[in-house]
Write a protein that binds this ligand. Structure first.
Ligand code: NAD
Length: 476
């Protein structure tokens, strides 16, 4: 039977109109349901992530399960404060008066989620939508089918199904959902589909948050603790879903002289972490499907870079696994340097001086994240001041996204809008300004008939010119 998306939206609008989702108690009840669902089905969640991505339990727990619980618990703890209207200063124009900003829910939210962190990123958006008091449709990614069907089963059981719905499906279902009028859409995925989402939303003037990707660069200086840097690079690249992470390091820039040392350090630590036969390591996720596997092997087999592999390169097509692979001195016009890698391949490009790396980054689209490893204060300052990216980390990779007091989102081609923690609440709220006055504070100069005296008075009044006010009032 064809999906009746109009009926889904109509039911959610009705629920929203009832006012139920606006209450503090309802919002908290849904966060509690999310925590309960996560606790009671931890094993099922881990199994679904194993089935979709062969995600190691360690990563499933640390990156997804605990991330969802932290977000739900933070929302529970902070919601009253977030919902409290914010006092605003007023001006002389309205004296005497008071003003505040009231956060009101937008209505019905569509979450089109992704497959690489399917549990975390779906719930992260749903938690934001609920925190702000909205109803919501979650469209999980069909590319992670086990998690999609787990969502469909569990959300109905644990959450208020008159306000939170799951619609499973692929392109036809997403297309049908996009035909409806929503109050906000959040999409996580590629720029290509991001454009389709934005175009569909424009028809209804629906605002969108686009959480996209891009090539996240890392500049590695020479004066660093090489062992710690290598471990953190590995953790952000291969320890994050085998590089299938929007903020994973995509390529490294370092000096010609330092590159061999960096390659040796990475190779040494990689062997400690994943053994001599990484394809057999249980601690590496697999590639999500054969089309992404083929895409990645094409990047490695491009004749411009196939001779540049200095570590790894092994692949196992039947199990969709690719070993951690490092490529040195790849040319700028190679395939691997012209699309987001989103997998376990890490090219290194070399420069004469480390600060030339800034121009390499600035010559490209603004990335979702950029990283710098250095002990040099001036270099850090230049990095923060001159590199535009969704977010930056210095001497670390990916972890800035886990800090819920920081906004997470892209800039330019890496996305628009941001969320996480209070930023999610704000992203799904309308910030409604409210001015309140009594009947005091009348000024005749405001009203017609307009006269030169009234105008003179108002000019002096708005400029805070006391003498001018007296002149205008008393004709001095
Ligand atoms: P994708 O962009 O192809 O998205 C797949 C989703 O879009 C599916 O749910 C599918 O149903 C829908 N879709 C595909 N074609 C469509 C069409 N023509 N019309 C309507 N809907 C359509 O997935 P992908 O390319 O595998 O995702 C990887 C990208 O996502 C990377 O660029 C990565 O950086 C990005 N990403 C970003 C974040 C973030 O938080 N910023 C997180 C994860 C992934």
């Amino acid at each position: 039977m064809a999906l009746d998306t109009a009926a889904v939206v109509a039911e959610l609008r009705e629920t929203f109109a009832s006012g139920k989702t606006k209450s503090y108690e309802w919002r908290v009840s849904q966060f509690k349901a999310i925590v309960k669902l996560t606790d009671e089905h931890e094993k099922d969640i881990i199994e679904a992530l194993r089935s979709d991505l062969n995600k190691p339990e360690h990563e499933a727990f640390v990156h997804e399960i605990s991330g969802v619980k932290s977000s739900a618990k933070l929302a529970m703890k902070e919601l009253r404060r977030w919902m409290t209207p914010e006092k605003a200063k007023t001006s002389l124009t309205t004296f005497p008066s008071s003003a505040e900003i009231v956060s009101e829910p937008l209505g019905v939210i569509l979450v089109i989620s992704t497959w690489n962190y399917p549990f975390l990123l779906s719930f992260e958006a749903v938690i934001g939508a609920i925190a702000a008091g909205n109803t919501v449709v979650l469209k999980p990614s069909e590319i992670a089918p086990a998690m999609s069907s787990l969502f469909s089963k569990l959300l109905g059981e644990y959450m208020d199904s008159s306000a939170v719905k799951v619609v499973e499906g692929a392109v036809p279902e997403t297309t049908a959902l996009l035909e409806q009028k929503w109050d906000k859409i959040i999409y996580t995925g590629s720029c290509k589909v991001g454009r389709i989402v934005a175009a569909a939303a424009a028809k209804h003037l629906t605002p969108v948050i686009l959480e996209l990707g891009g090539k996240c660069p890392v500049i590695v200086d020479t004066n660093i603790n090489l062992k710690v840097a290598a471990r953190r690079l590995i953790s952000g690249k291969w320890g994050c879903n085998s590089g299938q992470t929007c903020v994973s390091p995509d390529y490294i820039i370092t000096t010609k002289e330092f590159a061999p040392k960096l390659v040796d350090a990475l190779a040494r630590e990689l062997e400690k972490f994943y053994g001599k036969e990484p394809l057999k390591s249980p601690d590496l996720s697999r590639i999500v499907n054969s089309s992404h596997f083929n895409r990645l092997t094409q990047l490695m087999d491009d004749k411009k870079v196939s001779g540049k592999i200095v570590h790894g390169g092994q692949r196992d097509k039947s199990n969709l696994k690719i070993a951690p692979t490092i490529l040195l001195d790849v040319p700028a016009d190679s395939l691997i340097m012209n699309e987001e890698i989103f997998g376990p391949l890490l090219p290194i490009i070399t420069v004469d001086k480390v600060d030339e790396g800034f121009n390499v980054i600035k010559a490209r689209e603004k990335p979702l994240a950029a990283y710098l490893f250095t002990n040099d204060k001036m270099l850090k300052e230049e990095f923060i001041g001159s590199v535009s990216a969704g977010g930056l980390s210095i001497n670390e990779t990916t972890l800035h996204c886990t800090i819920l007091t920081l906004p997470f989102g892209g800039v330019g081609e890496s996305g628009m809008g941001s969320y996480h923690g209070k930023y999610s609440f704000d992203a799904f709220s309308h910030k409604k300004p409210v001015l309140q006055r009594s009947f005091a504070g009348e000024t005749a100069a405001r009203y017609p008939p307009y006269t030169p005296e009234k105008l003179r008075f108002l000019k002096a009044f708005l400029a805070g010119d006391i003498l001018g006010i007296f002149r205008a009032l008393f004709g001095w």
